[in-house]
Design a protein around this ligand. Structure first.
Ligand code: TRP
Length: 323
């Protein structure tokens, strides 16, 4: 099957849910593999976006508020290290609140370019930043930064990548290095990067952050099955799966799984996918870093770790990388 018309993500209607050939192809490939997987980027449709925003406000989910506190508390140091005239390119801007904090502490930022695959994220971020910083040049960019990407040219200023939220941890370490290398090339000469990375800590604290008592993270994970039903013509019974957050001590990562409660089969694009009882779909990884490991990762991608800021409990870290 080939796409006859591919909707332009910058102008297409936000409500339409056309069958996505790319989603079908990814789902068939991932669900035919052993163990079964699905690429995490499909978690973030408009419902996923809404649920993720709710995750960031959960009592158990410490990363967002801890990173915000680091950006606030160390704002003057960060601004001094970065200097005037930054062109801030944010990868995965979320609701734009972190960008507002950062841009408000910087001296005369030149422009803000939020980059995301999901237009919903971009609109929210661009609107919030434009409102908070009137007069700042804001240029949203629809791109999948998990692959090769380009940035629009014509931005006079000092390029500063901004990659908060420990999204770096959602890449496998070798993918993280590849992303950091691509970002450095896309940002161009004189590139710098402000990078948020979650730190290794007590596993109960970690597990709770990814399997909250109110079940919001479970709903976020299970939305992937609803999305496959809506946009890939699948017939999952989401109630027949449960969300599980597992700590993998060897890889130092939290793994998100959708576990089949019973033996079952699911139809998708004319194919049958069978599940054994307890078999899981691995939907996401969230790697946690030790500072020395994060530094080695950055260096492997050609960056130099110039500074690291953290909170008093050393839950989270914010890094300034220089090209
Ligand atoms: N970057 C976030 C993190 O790793 C993403 C995230 C938070 C997430 N909770 C999740 C992804 C639950 C999938 C499922 O912390």
């Amino acid at each position: 099957m080939s796409a006859l018309v591919s909707p332009d993500p910058t102008t297409g209607p936000a409500t339409a849910a056309p069958v996505s050939d790319e989603l079908v192809a990814d789902a068939l490939a991932g669900l035919s593999a052993t163990p079964k997987t699905l690429p995490c980027k499909w978690l973030y449709d408009s419902e996923g976006t809404r649920l993720f925003e709710a995750i960031t406000r959960l009592p158990e989910y410490y990363p967002t508020r801890t990173e915000m506190r680091i950006l606030d508390h160390h704002g003057p140091d960060i601004a001094r290290a970065i200097g005037p005239g930054a062109v801030v390119v944010e990868f995965g801007p979320g609701d734009g609140l972190k960008a507002v904090r950062l841009l408000s502490s910087l001296e005369d930022p030149a422009a803000y370019l939020p980059v995301d695959i999901a237009p919903e994220w971009l609109e929210a971020a661009a609107a919030r930043v434009a409102e908070a910083l009137p007069g700042l040049r804001v240029r949203p960019v629809v791109a999948d930064f998990s692959r090769a990407f380009d940035l629009p040219g014509g931005n006079a200023g000092a390029p500063l990548g901004f990659f908060p939220g420990s999204t770096i941890g959602n890449f496998a370490p070798e993918e993280a290095v590849a992303f950091l290398r691509r970002a450095r090339a896309a940002l161009g000469p004189g590139a710098r990067m402000l990078l948020g990375a979650d730190l290794v800590k007590d596993t109960d604290v970690l597990r709770a952050a990814y399997d909250d008592a109110a079940g919001v993270t479970a709903a976020f994970d299970l939305n992937l099955l609803h999305r496959l039903n809506r946009e890939a013509g699948a017939d999952f019974d989401p109630a027949a799966f449960r969300h599980e957050a597992r700590w993998n001590p060897g890889a130092e990562r939290i793994e998100m799984h959708l576990v089949a409660r019973t033996a079952q089969s699911v139809r998708i694009a004319g194919r049958t996918i069978r599940f054994a009882p307890g078999e899981s779909i691995h939907t996401e990884n969230s790697h946690k870093y030790r500072p020395a490991h994060l530094q080695a990762l950055a260096e492997a991608a050609g960056w130099r770790a110039a500074e690291m800021w953290t909170d008093p409990d050393r839950l989270f870290s914010v890094w300034l990388l220089e090209g």
